[in-house]
Write a protein that binds this ligand. Structure first.
Ligand SMILES: Nc1nc2c(ncn2[C@@H]2O[C@H](COP(=O)(O)OP(=O)(O)OP(=O)(O)O)[C@@H](O)[C@H]2O)c(=O)[nH]1
Ligand SMILES: [Mg+2]
Ligand SMILES: [Zn+2]
Length: 355
């Protein structure tokens, strides 16, 4: 499989799995673009459009199991210019969410990610509770998070300092890098952490400057970027997911801005990023304390003593409940979605709508 694929991030573990899964007439490739039912796959230097085979679609019960950006897949090259996807190699890490709407619809955002750049703009977009949601998402998928605050040119140094303090006061100890795509401030810090062969995925609302940041790093206008209105509201300039390989060797996945990020999962992600609360709760008098009105509740006491911020605690409770509700509804949904043949169709439709 050679050097070329390891440059795209195929490590020995993934390679071994891929070798077992791919048939002799198939090759391992990485999904580098996703646009509704279409894919682009890259094997070494060669990048061609691809489709999932009918057989694959029939065997796939959930949209979560469809190929997604960053996936390693077994492909058959039908010609010099097209390929078909037969198998998805199990993901080592992933980013997924419950998408917009009342129904529980799960969506795989990206796979095999080393670091998720959780991007918020200092101006208008900044929101700690939303940062926490993204942190849960990263944690659930075993992806290391990094917080990136953009558009620092629009606020003063003191205001920026205040935002960073708010993050730390909420008990978030993830690294924060503040950048301006206009002045170039902070970009060196991003460049310093980039490692050839690693994959970084940018997440965040529309208009925060995700595509602009990637363009800064490539040094070219590789991606289309959009104007934002005065209210800071973006316009969903990026419509497809795309993996870009920098000359230096690091890979960046650009995603369309997200409006809603529902969390789900066994709650492991939620617990993971609220360590501070769990630590405090260990000293509650009752082990099954619900932290609402029990005597000897350490959490309530900590809020009273200003050690714990009520908003931070409130968000913990909300996310935990949400994760549980979504997790419980998911298996039913999965069953209902069968037979799988029809699901391939609905899967496509959802993809279109969600982004
Ligand atoms: N002032 C300022 N403007 C920026 C900065 N970064 C990006 N912008 C502008 O913000 C607008 C939106 O940038 P994009 O890069 O398209 O935002 P995006 O996050 O990719 O948005 P979607 O593709 O819709 O998700 C563009 O007009 C950029 O020029 C920055 O650091 N400072
Ligand atoms: Mg964009
Ligand atoms: Zn308690």
């Amino acid at each position: 499989m050679g050097m070329e694929l390891s440059r795209l991030g195929l490590d020995p573990g993934l390679q071994e799995q891929a070798e077992q899964l791919c048939l002799p007439d198939q090759r391992v490739a990485r999904v580098t673009a996703v646009d509704r039912g279409w894919y682009v796959v890259r094997n070494g230097e060669r990048e061609v459009p691809a489709r999932a085979t009918g057989r694959f679609l029939n065997a796939t019960a959930s949209t979560m199991d469809m190929p997604c950006i960053g996936d390693w897949v077994c492909v058959h090259y039908d010609s010099e210019e097209s390929a078909s996807i037969h198998t998805v190699v199990p993901r080592r890490s992933f980013l997924h969410r419950k998408s917009a709407g009342r129904n529980i619809e799960l969506q795989m955002i990206a796979a095999n990610i080393d670091i998720a750049f959780i991007v918020q703009a200092c101006h208008y977009d900044f929101n700690v509770a939303r940062l926490e949601r993204y942190l849960v998402m990263a944690r659930e998928g075993h992806v290391e998070p990094l917080l990136v605050l953009t558009k620092t040119d629009l606020i003063s140094a003191a205001e920026l300092q205040h935002l960073i303090e708010q993050i730390h006061q909420s008990g978030i100890n993830t690294r924060v890098i503040a950048v301006s795509n206009i002045t170039g401030a902070g970009l060196e810090q991003i460049k310093e952490l980039m490692i050839p062969g690693q994959t970084y995925c940018l997440l965040g609302s529309s208009g925060v400057g995700k595509s602009t940041l990637i363009n800064q790093l490539t040094g070219q206008d590789t991606l289309k970027t959009g104007m934002v209105s005065d209210s800071g509201e973006g316009r969903h300039t990026t419509v497809r997911r795309q993996l870009i390989v920098l000359e230096q060797g690091a890979m960046f996945i650009d995603t369309p801005g997200m409006r809603e990020i529902g969390v789900f999962g066994a709650g492991e992600g939620v617990e993971g990023i609220f360590d501070d609360i769990l630590e405090i709760a260990r000293t509650c008098r009752f082990t099954n304390c619900s932290h609402t009105n029990e005597p000897g509740c350490a959490v309530l006491q900590a809020i009273k003593n200003n050690i714990l911020q009520p908003e931070h605690y409130g968000n913990y409770v909300k996310l935990k409940q949400e994760a549980e509700v979504n997790e419980n509804s998911y298996p039913d949904k999965r069953k209902k979605n069968k037979p799988a043949g029809q699901d391939g169709q609905t899967g496509m439709k959802h993809k279109k709508k969600i982004i």
